[in-house]
Ligand binder design. Structure first.
Ligand SMILES: [Zn+2]
Length: 181
């Protein structure tokens, strides 16, 4: 037998082999990652409650479409956008990038609700729980990464700043619970 023949056979064998499917364990995803995956999936916009299996299948589908890295990236950007917009601090640039990633706001709300349902019904792993609060601003944060945002100027007290909801998250959380950092 010619060596080339063997090579061709080997190549043919490889191309017809079934590749293992991407293993996605829903419980290893944060709520934000599940929302991103659901948004990218075939999940309809209707409010009818899906079965547990159907919801899991949509999450897996979304992860397969975007890839784990992109799902994680969009999730941390989305969280930072939410933290800033809760205080009306999102810049035009941050809002524009958010809108490009999620052009359908109502679908995103729906995906976030279903992601919350998934966390409640399917549970969440300790690693995903630890990753849940991670937020990254896509663009220039209003605090300029200093953690402090000027709010207004008081004639008696001088400039009044607020802590950045993204970059001073740990300090805000500690203050709320009476802890020192
Ligand atoms: Zn900031």
């Amino acid at each position: 037998m010619m060596p080339g023949t063997v090579l061709e056979r080997a190549t043919a064998h490889v191309t017809t082999a079934v590749l293992p499917a991407v293993q996605v364990n829903v419980t290893d995803l944060t709520a934000g990652e599940r929302a991103v995956a659901l948004y990218a999936s075939d999940m309809p916009n209707t409010r009818r409650r899906p079965t547990l299996e159907q919801r899991r299948a949509w999450i897996v589908q979304g992860v397969e479409r975007l890839g784990c890295e992109e799902v994680s990236r969009r999730a941390v950007f989305s969280r930072a956008h939410k933290l800033l917009s809760m205080h009306g601090l999102e810049s035009e640039e941050i809002q524009r990038r958010h809108d490009e990633r999620f052009p359908k706001p109502r679908r995103l709300i729906h995906a976030e609700q279903e992601a919350a349902n998934s966390v409640y019904r399917d549970g969440i792993s300790p690693a995903a729980t630890a990753r849940n609060p991670v937020a990254v601003v896509d663009g220039e944060c209003p605090c300029g990464s200093t953690g402090s945002i000027p709010v207004f100027y008081d004639e008696d007290c001088g400039p009044v700043n607020m802590m950045c909801p993204v970059h001073e998250r740990a300090a805000i959380h500690a203050h709320r619970w009476g802890l020192s950092v």
